[in-house]
Write a protein that binds this ligand. Structure first.
Ligand SMILES: NC(=O)c1ccc[n+]([C@@H]2O[C@H](COP(=O)([O-])OP(=O)(O)OC[C@H]3O[C@@H](n4cnc5c(N)ncnc54)[C@H](O)[C@@H]3O)[C@@H](O)[C@H]2O)c1
Length: 437
């Protein structure tokens, strides 16, 4: 597709001959802050120099055309020198965050949370690297313009593109949201294949150009198997770094337990979602706690827990689509923010969070080689460990076995994308969240 060739309506451009590297974006001295705001899929780069007492208008010395589809956008191409305010002295080193499906509904909420400092903290400058599809490229420009207009101090760079090999360069976080929706009459197996190919390609791109310790959160559905495909195509990145988002399901489960118990939801802890982000998912009320007590001691209506609660959480996404006419976007963005915060802040003593992670070496006897939602704890360093002190009963084991069987079937169905031979699709039933097209 043709690259959009925009000229800034507000600034003139000074060509900077070399592509700026993220590590060179931010430099602090005792009295001055020097940083470069990048942005252009557009051909020109811009440099502005200013200080607290003096601001110079940018002067154009050169403009050139480019075919680069991932480059800095608008005001984010500008280079400033300005006197640092006291608080910026405490700023950390810039981090690169790649977001795919950046022109979609979920991203429309998430990007602004990221840019505001709500997720990574008020002292953490970020660069947003936005990946779209060919079809969504113009919308992506619109997203970048809105970010531009939001004047977020911590948002140092925005670049947009449609080539994951460019957009994922040096990414330290990759939030993989973009996926193809399920078309009318499309079999689930077809969706697994179509989206699986996207995640195979993105896994290869991460493997080639991302930070060796990039943390990847896969949101695009079917997210567990997409995450599996992605990690299998990125052998140079630790498999442990890949997550499938089940935090929304955990949040939904907490909400329902709080409602039933008549408590505020901050009193609900230790909620695990086991397995697949589908209607076979298992919200675990056996290990969950309310006010520090086992849920079954607080909610005596065990029939409700086994039947209504479980199904309500499993089908919450479908009900929301019926009401809202589209799938959850704002609460999904909140849950992505929660998932990130759970990895970069120490987990509160005794608690845990759910994430779809690689099963190899799991202590629960779940089949190896799957991406399966399990209880995790983090020291806040981006890594996690699986929680060992959980209990099982027959009800929970039976449910876990069902969701495990589904993920094993999905895995067989995408064997051609994971390097494990010829695919064979025998999916037990269609268990995508109802209404999730
Ligand atoms: N795991 C969860 O808890 C959860 C919750 C809700 C939605 N989802 C899933 O998240 C995904 C996105 O949802 P949405 O509401 O934002 O959808 P959306 O349709 O609004 O946005 C998706 C965007 O991705 C883009 N896209 C498609 N293929 C792409 C590719 N190869 N590379 C980059 N971008 C691409 C599309 O052009 C579109 O702009 C869906 O698969 C949805 O089912 C997951």
């Amino acid at each position: 597709m043709a690259v959009a060739e925009l000229t800034s309506p507000t600034v003139a451009y000074t060509h900077t001959p070399t592509r700026l590297h993220s590590s060179s974006q931010l430099s602090l001295s005792s009295t001055h802050l020097s940083f470069r705001l990048r942005r252009s899929f557009r051909p020109q780069n811009t440099r502005i120099t200013c200080s607290v007492d003096q601001v110079q208008a940018p002067v154009a010395v050169e403009t050139k055309k480019s075919t680069d589809k991932s480059d800095c956008f608008g005001v984010f191409c500008q280079t400033y020198d300005l006197r640092a305010e006291e608080e910026t002295k405490s700023w950390k080193k810039l981090i690169n965050i790649a977001v795919s499906g950046a022109a979609g509904m979920i991203s429309n909420h998430l990007l602004f949370k990221l840019a505001s400092g709500e997720v990574f903290g008020p002292n953490q400058p970020i660069a947003l690297k936005l990946l779209g599809s060919e079809r969504s490229f113009q919308a992506l420009e619109g997203v970048a313009m809105e970010l531009e207009d939001s004047l977020y101090p911590l948002l140092r760079e925005v670049s947009i593109g449609i080539n994951p090999y460019e957009v994922f360069e040096d990414a330290e976080w990759a939030l993989l949201i973009g996926a193809k929706p399920r078309g009318p009459g499309m079999e689930r197996a077809d969706l697994l294949d179509i989206n699986g190919q996207i995640f195979a390609e993105q896994g290869k791109a991460l493997n080639a150009v991302a930070s060796r310790n990039v943390k990847v959160i896969v949101v695009g559905n079917p997210c567990n198997t997409n995450a599996l495909i992605c990690l299998k195509n990125a052998p140079n990145i630790p498999a442990k770094n890949f997550h499938a988002l089940t935090r929304l399901d955990e949040n939904r489960a907490k909400c329902q337990l709080a409602l039933k118990a008549g408590v505020f939801y901050d009193k609900v802890s230790n909620v695990t979602i086991w397995g697949n982000h589908s209607t076979t998912q298992v919200p675990d009320f056996l290990n969950a706690r309310i006010n520090g007590l086992p849920v079954k001691e607080v909610i005596k209506d065990h029939k409700w827990l086994e039947e209504e609660f479980t199904e309500m959480v499993q089908k919450r996404g479908g009900l929301l689509i019926q009401k809202w006419g589209r799938s959850s976007a704002a609460s999904t963005a909140v849950s992505i923010a929660d998932a990130i915060k759970s990895l970069i802040t120490p987990t509160p003593e005794g608690d845990w969070f759910s994430s779809g992670v690689y099963t190899n070496g799991n202590p629960y006897g779940i089949a190896e080689g799957l991406v399966f939602s399990m209880p995790c704890r983090s020291k806040g360093d981006g890594d996690y460990e699986l929680v060992k002190d959980v209990i099982f009963d027959d009800y929970l084991l039976k449910k876990i076995t069902k969701t495990e069987a589904e993920l094993l079937a999905e895995k067989r169905c995408v064997a051609h994308l994971t390097g494990e031979g010829i695919a064979f699709c025998d999916l037990p039933e269609d268990t995508m969240l109802p209404g999730e097209m």
